[in-house]
Design a protein around this ligand. Structure first.
Ligand code: AMP
Length: 178
């Protein structure tokens, strides 16, 4: 077994493309083979957090649902808190809400009004950047709670959908670009 630290190319090889899921025309990027591989999962967290050290970040914000997996692991790595941005109606306390368009459909996401202290330094993480609507809505929610976004990072970017155009106000990184 290769024990060297995984590269983005190693991670790319573990991402499975599923044509026409959940709708015809969508090329769904299935990350479950990556998550099931301990070395690749840990390596993806190393790469997602590589610009930061413990103490530099107060919270990692993850987007419902696959973003939670990477954001929670990154929070442990950076000794930071974890904050969920969830689909509307899922968070139990008072929330801010933001609607957005998805590559397939439309949705609303929410954050607890007291999710972070104003001025908190946060990283926003999701599994995949497509049109950028989800991440831009999450960034708008973070603005509402007074967080300072240090970076927005994704495991995967579908660059032909130009999602970065909606995130121009922030540093954006992605590990695997299609
Ligand atoms: P968007 O708002 O268009 O950037 O869509 C990003 C969100 O939708 C992410 O939370 C992804 O999990 C999901 N998503 C969009 N397109 C795909 C795709 N082709 N494969 C897997 N997930 C996707």
């Amino acid at each position: 077994m290769n024990q060297a630290k995984p590269t983005a190319a190693d991670i790319e090889r573990a991402i499975r493309n599923i044509p026409d899921f959940p709708k015809p025309g969508i090329q769904f990027k299935d990350i479950t083979p990556l998550l099931a591989d301990a070395r690749l999962f840990a390596g993806s967290i190393d790469l997602l957090t590589e610009n930061f050290k413990p103490g530099m970040v107060d919270a990692i914000v993850g987007i419902d649902a696959r973003g939670f997996i990477f954001a929670a692991a990154a929070a442990l790595r950076l000794e930071a808190g974890f904050v969920p941005v969830r689909k509307k109606g899922k968070l139990p306390y008072r929330t801010h809400e933001q609607s957005y368009d998805l590559e397939y459909g439309a949705n609303s996401i929410a954050i607890h009004v007291d999710a972070v202290k104003p001025g908190s330094r946060v990283l926003l993480i999701d599994d995949l950047l497509a049109t950028g609507g989800t991440a831009a809505a999450a960034a708008a929610l973070l603005h509402k709670v007074g967080a300072k976004i240090l970076e927005i990072s994704f495991l995967i970017e579908l660059s032909f959908l130009n999602g970065r155009d909606k995130l121009k106000d922030y540093p954006v990184r992605s590990l695997v670009v299609y």
